[in-house]
Every structure is written in C-alpha cells, then in structure tokens.
Design a binder for this molecule. Structure first.
Ligand SMILES: Cc1cc2nc3c(=O)[nH]c(=O)nc-3n(C[C@H](O)[C@H](O)[C@H](O)COP(=O)(O)O)c2cc1C
Ligand code: SF4
Length: 431
C-alpha cells in the first residue's frame, strides 16, 4: 500500500547551501541535536528500538532492517565493538552516496555517532572508494571539525561515551563494497569476501564484533531520532518507509539525483522528474537499481520503487541507481558491457563466479559479433542459473541477474543477432 503521495526531501533539503557541509552551517540547521538527545537522554537499547520501529531498511543494496542488524551486536562482551561505514559505492549506476559525502558529511557523522551509541561501538572505520578524492577530503575536514568541537574523541559532548572515526581510502575494487571483502581490505589483505557464518556482528573488523552500514542508511538516523518513527513511517510504503535518493543515468533528459519516497512509481521518476528520453525516441528498458538488478521493459514502469513491489517483477531496488535505455539500444551490447564488468571484478575465489562470469561474457560477445548459435541462449540461462546462490558472496548472483533479466524481456534481440548473424541495431552505443 502506498501512503504518502507528496514529496519531502529531508536528506537533501539543505544541499543548495554550501555551508551545510561545514560544522557551523550544519549546526545552524539543528545539526548534532539528535546525537545529543540520544547520548544524553536515551539508553542505547531505546535507540535500537526506535530505529527498529522506524522500519529503516539498509540503503546499500540488500535492504536489511538497520535496527535489527544493530540488535545483533553482542551486549555483553569484553572485546571492543566497531561500526563500519560502507562508502565504497562502486555499483555502476549508483552515485547517491557521493552527494551525501560531498554535501552532508556532518549528517553522516551524526548518524554514525548515534549508531555507535546504540551499539556500544568505540570506533568507526569509514571505508571510502579510492576514486572519491573530493568526498574523502570533505570527510577528512568534517572529522577534524567534529574532533575539535568535542563531538568525536574522548567524552563525546562531555558524556561518559567516547568514539573515534578512522577514514580509510580503498584502491578501486567493486568487491570491496561487499561487507566482508571490505573488512579484509580494511585489514590490509586482499579484498576477498569471507565465508559466513561467522557474521560481522560476531567476527568483524580485526576479529571484533562489528556492524556494517551504508552511508545513506546512517544519514536517515538523525532524522528518525529527532522526529520519531511515526514521522519516518509517514513517507514511503508500509514495508519500505522513508525516502531514498534515486540516481538517474543513461538516456534521460534530466540526469541526476532525486530524493523521493520509496514506492514512487518508476515511470514518475523516469518521465516526470527525469524528463523521459530525448525527443523522438521511446524507452526500451530500465534497470531499476544499479547494474546488478534485472532490467524492466518499458511496459512495466508502473512498478512502485520498493522491494515488495519490485520482487513481484523479478527485480529489486538495489541502490536505486536507475539506468534508462532508449529504443536505439542493443540489449546484447548492454549484456557485453555488463558481463565484462563482472568478469573483470570477480575476486576469483569461487569456481561458479570466476568461470561463470567469463563464460557469460564470452557467449554474449560471440552473439554480438554474429557468431552465436541458437543453443547459446539456453547455455546462458543454464550458466547464470548455476551461479545463483552457490558462492561465498552475492557477487555471482549480482552477475547472473542482469543476464537473466535481459533474456527474460529481450530474448528477441538475442535471437535476431543469431538469425541475422550480425547486430541489427547499428544506431546503438559503440562497444
Ligand atoms: C558485490 C557487492 C558489492 C557491494 N557494494 C556495496 C557498496 O558499494 N556500498 C554498500 O553500501 N553496500 C554494498 N554492498 C552491500 C554490503 O555487502 C552490505 O550489505 C551493506 O554495506 C550493508 O549496509 P546496509 O545494511 O546499510 O545497506 C555490496 C554487496 C555485494 C554483494
Ligand atoms: S562470488 Fe565471486 S566475488 Fe564473491 S567470493 Fe566468490 S568469486 Fe569472489
């Protein structure tokens, strides 16, 4: 059920003001009041309960409930506990965390501080993708400002609670966004995901109990603490509350970021907000949530952008990175680009992923060259099916889903290549 038709952009409300990125500017808009309220007026368990009641889903891709994840952190332990903020944002089509890091670094730090109080974490490792040089500089400055003001470090806000934030820059590998690949990389090892269990809440960064959350997930938290869970639940859908920042890329007139309630119909984002595709063309397909999410054809854009609805169409919200493809697009070429990415980024630990990503790429390239045979289509489906649910991490699934989606809705494009022994879409983007 969709509940709120109007739009309120509480995350991005002050983005137009450069000062919002500084401590003084952030405080002018009421910044750090929610953290003070939590640390001085609420028990950690109350904060966890509030975030649980709010129904906040993680915004890093899987949509796991943030409050529930926080409750997994052991209450009684003599080990230090850590938070990890995932700012790796390497999913093609996803660029929402970047704007939060650039325009609202103190909102993120405040969310982290509240999360640290709730989970009893003494330190946060903020892992940011290597290519994000300006966002990293913004964070570095904001962290220094927060230390100077006593919002980080020993006895935060003169309370008995201490918290440190350590900024760690990655070196540009997609797999370091997967939470346990990230932890390995943070520890100075190869960014190869860990077998689970044990989950990070038991054995996380440097072997200590840890919770990993996405940048945007943390950014919702100060608003929830300040205004309450009922306020938050008034946005979005019953199962997917709040807003999110959708990114629109590809063949749309107004490319960019749009903060909208979860459950906003995809067609409203593509046509009303992003202005549709350039004149004279039509939409052919839209990837709804970053390149790993299965594509939807033009006649399914009525879907509300929330997982409970997208799952019915065999896709997911992912990171909300919407990629629009117009009617000049060759879906086999799209498959070539996507499978090349996954072939290149597989960490290689699991046979299904290491070999599967290579075979998917090899076969779609062959079809695009006009050298495919009719059986290739079933082989693609067979290989993709054997990659799903079999591996150490969800990367292999993420590599299989786009191919399955393209074949589900655009099988005719693949068949035409095979029958005509060439690419029938000369106007499509070049490989
Ligand atoms: C291959 C792969 C890449 C991922 N990349 C990211 C990423 O760049 N940023 C992110 O926040 N989560 C990413 N995730 C999801 C994380 O593993 C983890 O679920 C997330 O950081 C948890 O945060 P959340 O619960 O707040 O969403 C990735 C997962 C996989 C399987
Ligand atoms: S699924 Fe792929 S990326 Fe994930 S651990 Fe296995 S080989 Fe590495």
């Amino acid at each position: 059920m969709l509940r709120v038709p109007h739009v309120t952009n509480y995350l991005s409300e002050h983005f137009a003001d450069d000062a919002f990125g500084t401590l003084a500017g952030y405080e002018r808009y009421g910044g750090y009041k929610a953290a003070r309220q939590a640390i001085t007026g609420m028990a950690p368990s109350e904060v966890v309960a509030l975030v649980k009641e709010s129904g906040l889903q993680g915004r890093g891709g899987a949509g796991f409930l943030a409050g529930l994840k926080w409750s997994f952190m052991p209450a009684e332990t003599d080990k230090p506990k850590y938070l990890v903020c995932n700012a790796d944002e390497s999913e093609p089509g996803s660029f929402k965390d970047r704007i939060l890091l650039e325009r609202a670094p103190h909102l993120l730090l405040e969310g982290i501080l509240i999360g640290a109080w709730a989970t009893g974490a003494s330190k946060t490792f903020l892992y940011i993708r290597g290519e994000y040089a300006f966002p990293a500089a913004q964070l570095e400055r904001a962290i220094a400002e927060a230390y100077d003001k006593g919002y980080l470090g020993k006895r935060v806000m003169r309370s008995g609670f201490s918290h440190d934030v350590v900024l760690h820059r990655g070196a540009g590998a997609y797999i370091c966004g997967e939470e346990t690949g990230l932890l390995e990389s943070l520890e100075g090892k190869k960014g190869q995901p860990r077998k689970k269990p044990p989950f990070p809440a038991q054995y996380g960064a440097f072997g200590m109990p840890s919770t990993v959350n996405n940048v945007e997930t943390f950014c919702h938290v100060p608003h929830i603490v300040a205004k309450g869970s009922d306020w938050f639940r008034a946005f979005g859908t019953e199962k997917s509350p709040g807003t999110t920042i959708f990114g629109v890329s590809g063949h749309a007139v107004r490319l960019g970021l749009y903060e909208l309630p979860l459950g906003t119909p995809l067609e409203e984002i593509v046509y009303r907000h992003a202005g549709g595709v350039p004149e004279g063309r039509r939409v052919k397909g839209v990837i709804p949530g970053g390149v790993s999410m299965p594509i939807l054809p033009a006649d399914q854009l009525d879907v509300p952008m929330a997982n409970e609805f997208l799952r019915e169409r065999k896709t997911m919200l992912g990171t909300g990175g919407i990629m629009v493809m117009d009617d000049t697009t060759c879906m086999v070429r799209a498959a070539c680009v996507i499978t090349y990415f996954f072939r290149d980024e597989s960490c290689g630990q699991c046979t299904q992923c290491r070999e599967g990503t290579g075979w998917l790429n090899k076969i779609v390239n062959r079809i695009e060259r006009g050298a495919g045979v009719p059986e290739d289509l079933d082989v693609l489906i067979d290989v993709a099916g054997k990659m799903e649910g079999q591996t150490i991490c969800a990367f292999a699934d993420a590599a299989a889903w786009p191919v399955q989606g393209l074949l589900r809705h655009f099988r005719a494009d693949f068949e035409q290549h095979v029958h005509e022994r060439k690419c029938p879409f000369p106007e499509s983007f070049q490989l």
